[in-house]
Design a protein around this ligand. Sequence first.
Ligand code: CUA
Length: 154
Amino acid sequence: MDRAERIALTLAGILTTTAFLGIVFAAYGMGVMVPTSIKDMKPFERDTVIQISDRHYEIHYIARMWTFFPQEVKIPVGSTVDIYLTSKDIIHGFNIHEKAVNLMAIPNAVNHVRVTFDREGEYRIVCHEYCGIGHQMMSAKIVVYNPEVEDEGG
Ligand code: CUA
C-alpha cells in the first residue's frame, strides 16, 4: 500500500466515523427519532402489548388491509413506547402526526421507533402510504391517560 492509498483510506475512515457520529448525535443528543429496520427480528404473528417496566412499553403493530392491530392501546402519561411494526400483506404507512412518527409497514420486515408520550390525549395512527380502496379509513389510536386522575370515564 503506498502513501496515497493510505491517505485515501484514512480519509474514508474519518468521513464514515463522522457520519456515524452525526447520526448518533442526532438520535440521542437532539432527540430526533431515527427509524430503524431490524434485520434480526422475525416479523411477529400477532399484535402484542408488553409492559417492560414502569412507564416503558413495547407494542407490536401489525398492519393489513385496512386496519392496524392492536386497534387501541392505553398507556399512562410519561410512558416510553418501543413501537415494532410489520405488515401482513402489502406496504402500509404508520404515521403519528403529533409525534412526527413516520414508519413503513413492510411485509417480512420489522421497523422500530421509540416514542415518549409526555402529554395526555388521544394519538391517532394513520396509514400515510396509499394502499387501496380502504386506505383513507386505515387507523388506530393510542390513548395516553393520567393514572392519578380517578374518573377516566371508562
Ligand atoms: Cu394502508 Cu394506506
